[in-house]
Design a protein around this ligand. Sequence first.
Ligand SMILES: NC(=O)c1ccc[n+]([C@@H]2O[C@H](COP(=O)([O-])OP(=O)(O)OC[C@H]3O[C@@H](n4cnc5c(N)ncnc54)[C@H](O)[C@@H]3O)[C@@H](O)[C@H]2O)c1
Length: 332
Amino acid sequence: MRIGVAGVGRIGTMHAAHLASLPAVDAVLLYDPIDGRAATAAATLDKARPTDTAAGLIEQADGVLVATPTDTHPALVRACLAADTPVLCEKPIAADLAEMTRLVDEIEKGGTPVLVGFQRRFDPAVVELRRRIATGELGPIYHVRATGFDANPPDLGYLPSSGGIFRDLLIHDLDAIPWLVGEPVTEVYASGSVLVDRAFADADDVDNAVALLRFAGGAHAVLAGGRHDPLGYDHRIEVLGGKNSVAVGLDPRTPLTSLEPDGPQAGPDAYPGFPERFRRAYLNEMRVFTDVVAGRAENPSPARDSLVSLRLAEACERSRRTGEPVRLEGAS
Ligand SMILES: NC(=O)c1ccc[n+]([C@@H]2O[C@H](COP(=O)([O-])OP(=O)(O)OC[C@H]3O[C@@H](n4cnc5c(N)ncnc54)[C@H](O)[C@@H]3O)[C@@H](O)[C@H]2O)c1
C-alpha cells in the first residue's frame, strides 16, 4: 500500500515516520511546497520518496494524510474526494463551522472515508476506557475530569490565528469526552485567565481555562487546560463511575509530584510534549488509517463528529466571554 503525506512540517514528519514503520505500508510519498523539504524528509526514512505536486501525490497514493496548515485542509480533502482516495486529515478539517458543515456534507455524499486526526480516539488506553464505559463495567458515570496542559506556550506569533484556547487546545477533550460518555452535552460553562504571558491577552485569548460540561443524563465533566506546566506535558482523563474509578495518562512519566510518602514523583523522564505523551496513539492512528484504506476497519473518527467538538468549543468561548452558561439545543 502507498500512503501519501501532504505537508512535511512538525506533525507530518512524525506521521510519515510512523507510516514507514508499518509492514502494511510499501511506500510513503511526501509532498511539501517548500523547496527541498519533502526530499530532506524522505532521505531520513525507509520507503519514503518525494513527489513534485499535490495532484501527483493524490494520484499515486492509496490513501492520503493531510498534515498541512488548517486553512488548506478543505481544498486538499476535496481533491482526495474527487479521486476517491481515503483521507486522514489533521484536526480541524476546516477552520470555521460554516465551511466544516459544507465539507462534512460533501464527504458523506461521496462516501470516501475521511478520518480526522483526533489522536485520543486512537490511544489504546482511551479506547479501552470507552469500551469499559460502553459495556457498563464502570457502572453509571458520575463524573469525568480531563486535564490538558502544554509544557510551554506555542510560538506567540501563532496565537492570533489559533482560534483561541477552546478551539485550539481544549478541542481535543471537547471531542473525546462526549465520545467517551456517549451522551449529548446539554449545557457548558467556561472560564479563563491570563496567567502565563500577556501576549495571550493581546491576542484576545487566555492561557488557562476550564470548561464544565453537563450531559443529558446528569453526569458532569470538568475540562482544564493551559499553556504552561513547569514539570512537563500533562494529559489525563479520570472517570468515576458507580462501580469503578479509572484514569488514563497516569503513569510514571506523568508530570505530577505527590506529597504523600510513597506517592509518585515527577522526574526528568516526565513527558516533554504531545509527541511523546501520545506516541502509542499516533502510531495506532496510522495503523487504523491503513486498515480503513484496506477496507478492514471502521472509521473511528468520522468528519461529522468534528462538528460536535467545534460547536462545543464555540459555546465555551461564548461562555468565557459572557460569564454565562450556554445551553445547547440538540447540537451534540
Ligand atoms: N493532532 C495533533 O495533536 C496535532 C498537533 C499539531 C498540529 N496539528 C495540526 O496539524 C496541522 C499541521 O500542523 P504543523 O504544526 O505540523 O504545521 P507546520 O507548519 O509545522 O507544517 C505544515 C507543513 O505543510 C506545508 N504546506 C503548506 N501548504 C501545503 C499544501 N497546500 N500542500 C502540502 N503541504 C503544504 C508547509 O510547507 C509545512 O511544511 C494543523 O492543522 C494543526 O492543527 C495536530
